[in-house]
Design a protein around this ligand. Structure first.
Ligand code: PLP
Length: 427
């Protein structure tokens, strides 16, 4: 694979952007590689600055469920371009997107648009604290809820990839209000709520974890969170920034039949443009300014370009059969990867829900972050390098999920499995 142009760009980037990137994992440091600079994308494919064509399983870290350059999304964006790109005043598209999300996600009775998943989680936490008059936040090890101060305690994603225990700059006065427990540990959760339930403002969870690699919630785990929060007057927040409209049309909450008090969204809801959102019970959302006293605002919030891309995306994914088709392809991929590993006598643990998938280099089971960390990272790194050399573009970290889009066809899935077969033999 040629990389001269990417390397040249990265050298320039390193002189003017910290680490050469605007989000840490993109630098590919933990896998000992240099990033590819992307020139353009089409469907399931990325084309880099050196002209390499790669099959994309990152999908811009989740948003591109329709694939790149979907014509309906592009048309919607184009129509907005003819009206103007930002007004800082209400537009019809914000109302339409709010109504659409409310129609798809029953727990959401009102919703506020922001610009990223991080902004959504920071805002929802303030709201939960403002509403309950309590400060304690309960989260789970290896879950990632953006880079807000309160969430950087045993966090997943880039924090896990770079093995950062916390972050300098986050005051201890802030993180002492955050309690983090092992994912899927029902006894630990019961015990914590029995001891401190009355202080807990909110429990936040990735209802399917994707930021410590892919880890599914065990039977009864999410239901227990619902039951215990209700019992102790704490709010349950599903962080569906990744799972929302990804694992099912109604998100993980629709799939598992659990109704959280509040939810956060991002990624797919913006169709590839910068959008986040938080929403939920009307009586809680009515506490948000200007209706209520909990302050939150944004110069570009509800931006018409982003609203149009999000709305077009949600309309496309609402078509009958959309999720069945995606799930079928993803299962085929995951089964193929598992078979390739088995034939090469490499212990792996593969899983998927909807079009979100993961593979750990351990025999498993992987139920939580501690289990995820037993994955053989040297082997992952070699796998990553081998796959990239064969033009399969995976997330450059063991602690991330992969995503399949609507336009990954059987040719792409088959090519990926064949690449894995040959790479696995070398590990
Ligand atoms: N919450 C979850 C579950 C996420 O996966 C992410 C990002 O990956 C975030 C929050 C933060 O979103 P953003 O990167 O848009 O700030």
């Amino acid at each position: 694979m040629r990389m001269e142009r990417s390397q040249e760009l990265f050298q320039r980037a390193e002189t003017c952007i910290p680490g050469g990137v605007n989000s840490p994992v993109r630098a590919c440091r933990s896998v000992g590689a240099a990033p590819l600079f992307i020139e353009r994308a089409q469907g399931a494919w990325l084309y880099d600055a050196d002209g390499n064509a790669l099959i994309d399983y990152v999908g811009s870290w989740g948003p591109m469920i329709l694939g790149h350059r979907h014509p309906v999304v592009e048309d919607a964006i184009r129509r907005v371009l003819e009206r103007g790109v930002s007004f800082g005043a209400p537009v019809d598209l914000e109302v339409a997107l709010a109504e659409k999300v409310i129609s798809l996600v029953p727990s959401v009775e009102m919703i506020r648009m922001v610009n990223s998943g991080t902004e959504a989680t920071m805002s929802v936490l303030r709201l939960a604290r403002g509403f309950t008059g309590r400060n304690v936040l309960v989260k789970f090890d290896g879950c990632y809820h953006g880079h807000g101060d309160s969430f950087l305690v045993d966090a997943g994603s880039g924090v896990a990839t770079l093995n950062i225990p916390g972050s300098p700059g986050v005051p201890e006065e802030v993180t002492r209000h955050t309690l983090s427990l092992p994912y899927n540990d029902m006894d630990a959760f019961r015990q914590l709520m029995a001891e401190r339930g009355a202080e807990v403002a909110a429990v936040i969870v990735e209802p399917v974890a994707g930021n410590m690699g892919f880890v599914r919630p065990e039977e009864g785990f999410l239901a227990l969170l619902r039951e215990e929060t209700q019992k102790h007057g704490a709010l349950l927040i599903f962080d569906e920034v990744m799972t929302g409209f990804r694992v099912a049309l109604g998100g993980a909450q629709g799939l598992f039949g659990i109704k959280p008090d509040l939810s956060t969204f991002g990624k797919i809801i913006g169709g590839g443009l910068p959008v986040g959102a938080y929403g939920g019970r009307r009586d809680i959302m009515e506490h948000v300014a200007p209706m209520g006293p909990v302050y939150q605002a944004g110069t570009l919030s509800g931006n018409p370009l982003a609203m149009a891309a999000g709305l077009a995306t949600l309309e496309e994914i609402s078509r009958p059969g959309f999720y069945e088709n995606l799930e079928e392809k993803t299962l085929k991929l995951v089964e193929g990867l598992a078979a390739a590993a088995k034939d090469a006598h490499i212990p792996v643990c593969c899983d998927s829900i909807g079009s979100m998938f993961g593979m750990f280099f351990t025999k498993g089971p992987v139920r939580n972050f501690a289990d995820a960390k037993t994955s053989d990272l040297m082997r992952f790194n070699a796998y990553y390098a081998g796959m990239r050399e064969k033009c399969i573009y995976l997330a450059p970290s063991q602690f991330e999920a992969g995503f399949v889009s609507m336009v990954h066809g059987s040719a792409e899935i088959e090519a990926t499995i064949q690449a894995a077969r040959s790479v696995m033999k070398t590990l």
